[in-house]
Design a protein around this ligand. Structure first.
Ligand SMILES: Cc1cc2nc3c(=O)[nH]c(=O)nc-3n(C[C@H](O)[C@H](O)[C@H](O)COP(=O)(O)OP(=O)(O)OC[C@H]3O[C@@H](n4cnc5c(N)ncnc54)[C@H](O)[C@@H]3O)c2cc1C
Length: 432
């Protein structure tokens, strides 16, 4: 996303410079404030449109962004907070009049309205400004709830409903974004960028509000088997989609009648011939609890695939695979592939699978132990306990692995990345 943003913001900067060269502005309070509004407003608007598009999960998203969706979801968060920073600068822009010695002029330009449509166009400007002020005040309450979620002080389902309001906010601000530019600016490249951001952002916002995220790549399936071990559900789903999905990729699952957004789960196993997908699902909240009550024949919707955390390991060397909690799911697919490689007499790397869990008694350990044995991988289980004693990166790295693959919470991935002395290409991770 960084590369794409460098290109987009590079264009926006060039467009702005071109505009200033074509239409230089005097250093009056009104003109300088307008420039401040344009710079901060367009930057915030582009970022907001990007965040909308990522949230809408169109089928072409990964291809255009050049990154898997798990990383884009992490980028969505950063983009959102960067947008909030530009929004704050936009709101604070009037302070510019007190910070620099500018020529004082009245803030409103005089307009001579000569016809109906010119009147409509002229009055759309203050209308857009007024709605933007009201929406920004409401937006501050949504930002507050986002900050609470960042501090884990609000539960996901409640926060998700509040966060969805960004789509309405975007639609509500569209008039202000476009109409605040002068006619000379609208017909220059910076205006085109603003209009393009508005069109694509509104399209994404409408898709989100209609509950049509990722709909072209969503199809139905039926539960073939749902077996539990403690708080872990082993779910087998029959779907024609299995033909196009690899273990390690992830999909969004939803149940008929769901009102909330669908939930992402890694595909732990895929059998294209039998047309089945296998999932390792840990109970986390109400939705996973409801899924745990599934019976064979029940309907399920599958959207995807996304992601690139597939089992592509070399034929030799020493690998460390590190999973945190439910982050074990992709490695089940990796272990299956390793098992098949050994069974077929192919060369395969030496693998140590580190699995960090809160307690050994949590579900799924016998399953993973048996599979690791069959695949010839060494399994090391780390218990964080109720005091959350994290897996020390040094412990993982003391075996001098040639490559490392991590799937877990951001803290686990970041600590291992920071300690990793090998090349960037030999460190693979999902999402962070
Ligand atoms: C790329 C990816 C792959 C995942 N793969 C697996 C897997 O293979 N097995 C597994 O057990 N879990 C997996 N998860 C986590 C799983 O999505 C959540 O545990 C599940 O959505 C919880 O829903 P809930 O309503 O039961 O719990 P809630 O109480 O609603 O949520 C519990 C936590 O789950 C996460 N979560 C909930 N809904 C979403 C959502 N729509 N998008 C992203 N995160 C959400 C949040 O961190 C939340 O705090 C994965 C998550 C991601 C992002």
């Amino acid at each position: 996303m960084l590369r794409l943003n460098l290109i987009v913001f590079g264009f926006a900067l060039a467009a702005y410079v071109l505009q200033v060269l074509c239409f230089p502005f005097p250093l009056t309070t009104r003109d300088v404030l307008h420039q401040m509004f344009v710079v901060t407003g367009v930057a915030a608007w582009i970022l907001m449109a990007e965040a909308m598009v990522i949230a809408a999960r169109p089928a072409w998203l990964e291809r255009i962004a050049g990154e898997p969706l798990d990383r884009l979801m992490a980028a969505h968060k950063k983009i959102g907070w960067a947008m909030v920073a530009f929004l704050a600068l936009h709101v604070a822009a009037p302070c510019i009049r007190d910070l620099f010695p500018l020529i004082q002029v009245p803030m409103m330009e005089e307009h001579h309205i000569t016809g109906f449509w010119q009147g409509v166009w002229t009055y759309l400007h203050p209308l857009g400004g007024l709605t933007a002020i009201l929406i920004t005040i409401y937006g501050a309450t949504v930002i507050y709830r986002d900050a609470l979620r960042g501090m884990r002080k609000i539960a996901w389902p409640r926060w998700e409903k509040a966060h969805m309001m960004w789509a309405w906010i975007f639609l509500g601000l569209a008039l202000h974004a476009v109409r605040s530019l002068k006619e000379t600016e609208l017909f220059m490249p910076l205006g085109w960028i603003t209009v393009a951001s508005t069109v694509i952002g509104c399209w994404a916002a409408v898709r989100i509000l209609r509950g049509r995220k990722g709909s072209p790549i969503r199809s139905g399936g039926t539960v073939e088997k749902a077996a539990g071990d403690g708080d872990v559900l082993f779910l087998t789903v029959r779907t024609a989609k299995a033909k196009e999905i690899r273990a390690g990729e992830f999909v969004y699952l939803s149940l008929p009648g769901d009102r909330e957004d669908s939930h992402p789960f890694t595909v732990a196993g895929s059998d294209p011939e039998r047309e089945t997908l296998f999932f390792w699902i840990k109970e986390a909240g109400e939705w996973t609890k409801a899924l745990g009550r599934s019976k064979p024949g029940d309907t399920l919707f599958i959207e995807g695939p996304f992601g690139t955390f597939t089992p592509d390991f070399p034929i030799e060397g020493n690998e460390a695979w590190v999973a945190g909690g439910a982050g074990i799911a992709p490695f089940i697919g990796w272990l299956e592939e390793l098992k098949e490689a050994r069974k077929a007499g192919k060369s395969a790397p030496q693998v140590t699978l580190w699995w960090s869990v809160r307690h050994r008694a949590e579900g799924g350990l016998p399953f993973v132990t048996a599979l690791a044995n069959e695949a010839g991988a060494k399994l090391v289980v780390h218990e964080t306990g109720d005091r959350h004693v994290h897996l020390p990166p040094e412990e993982v790295l003391q075996g001098n692995p040639d490559r490392i693959a991590v799937c877990g919470k951001p803290g686990l991935t970041r600590s291992l990345r920071a300690a990793w002395k090998g090349g960037a290409r030999s460190f693979r991770s999902e999402a962070y």
